[in-house]
Write a protein that binds this ligand. Structure first.
Ligand SMILES: NC(=O)c1ccc[n+]([C@@H]2O[C@H](COP(=O)([O-])OP(=O)(O)OC[C@H]3O[C@@H](n4cnc5c(N)ncnc54)[C@H](O)[C@@H]3O)[C@@H](O)[C@H]2O)c1
Length: 324
């Protein structure tokens, strides 16, 4: 099977490419290696595929319709996993137009080329639930006010997918990921920031006094869900992929301290506007439709991340490069 993975140099994308190659698929990866964070980390992730004959990489912007058409004509992908996007809630409030281009225009460009595709998987997010008090979050609940342009762009993305599934009969599954982490996670994520700053003996800010809860989900569990959705080819579904087991950020910090064997210097600060108290996935639908069964406990996952950071991750980021 020839699978196109967009955003394949990204965190979740690189794990997805690896899993597909390991089971014998051919992978075509498109990524523009943008500088939302150090592109050297993206190049580093891609290095593992360099010698694999079943892997081809194109450095292109998905929003470039002409270039994308050329790639589709050359490669003729059978299925698509669309992970490329501008991620990051806070940045989206400052730069909505960048998010509009990467998350909406690019999605429309690729869906226009996907009318004969066997199956399309779209990366959505738990951020669309906003500060919902209805927990755990269910796919069927009414979505209230969203807290960021990022969430708006992903919610609109799901609607765009719904339109293409309805009108052009493309089988599409939208997966709402919950706080994904693991080795080589994005450096704007709390686990990376905290580890980096505790390692360099710098202060960290714990928003909401460290009491905010997140449904931390390990990257290989997410990839299992993505590949299951790819194989099933459901008509049109929106499905949560989380861990159904939220933890306080204070607990995350304590695990990082333990694994680094260093004490954190913590500023306890109030929750900034736009941040939510809790994310918590109801994964009943994922279990039923995708046989989804997350396996990695947070204690093991954080250990894996910290080991990766100490061994190879820190080299991409000078001590002062990551803000509190
Ligand atoms: N990491 C999480 O916790 C999380 C949670 C919910 C949803 N998601 C979604 O999962 C997907 C992957 O997230 P990630 O954490 O791996 O992020 P990431 O930033 O590491 O990966 C995204 C990749 O897409 C590429 N990209 C962005 N815009 C592009 C464009 N216009 N053309 C080509 N390439 C482009 C980037 O260079 C990057 O390598 C995203 O869609 C994100 O919104 C992630």
């Amino acid at each position: 099977m020839k699978i196109l993975v967009t955003g394949g140099a990204g965190f979740i994308g690189s794990f997805t490419c690896k899993a597909l190659l390991e089971r014998g698929d051919q992978v075509v990866c498109i990524d523009n290696l943008n500088d939302y964070y150090n592109p050297k980390l993206k190049e580093h992730r891609l290095k593992q595929f360099e010698k694999n004959k079943n892997f081809r990489f194109y450095r292109e912007d998905i929003a470039n319709a002409e270039k994308l058409k050329e790639i589709f004509e050359m490669e003729k992908p059978e299925k698509i996993i669309h992970l490329a996007a501008r991620a990051g809630v806070r940045e989206s409030v400052k730069h909505p137009l960048l998010y509009e281009e990467a998350n909406l225009k690019a999605l429309t460009v690729i869906l226009e080329l996907s009318k004969n595709i066997k199956n399309f998987v779209f990366a959505s997010t738990s951020a669309i639930y906003g500060d919902s008090k209805e927990i755990p979050f269910k796919e069927s609940q009414v979505i209230g006010a969203t807290q960021s342009f990022y969430a708006v762009s992903k919610l609109a993305g799901e609607n765009i997918c719904g339109y293409y599934a309805e009108v052009f009969k493309i089988p599409i599954t939208c997966l709402r990921f919950f706080t994904v982490y693991g080795p080589s996670t994005r450096p704007d994520m709390a686990i990376f920031k905290f580890t980096h700053r505790i390692f360099h003996e710098k202060e960290i800010d714990a928003y909401g006094f460290g009491k905010l809860k997140r449904d931390f989900t390990y990257v290989t569990d997410i990839v299992d869900g993505i590949i299951s959705a790819l194989d099933k080819g459901l008509k049109f579904e929106i499905i949560n992929l989380g861990n159904e087991n939220p933890h306080e950020v204070n607990y995350l910090i304590s695990l990082i301290e333990k694994n680094l064997n260093k004490k954190a210097k913590i500023n306890y600060v109030p929750k900034p506007p736009g941040d939510v108290d809790i994310t918590y996935a109801d994964t009943t639908k994922a279990k039923t439709l995708l046989n989804y069964n997350p396996k990695v406990k947070i204690e093991e996952g954080v250990k894996n991340f910290v080991e990766w950071y100490v061994k190879e991750g820190s080299e991409f980021f000078p001590p002062d490069s990551i803000q509190k």
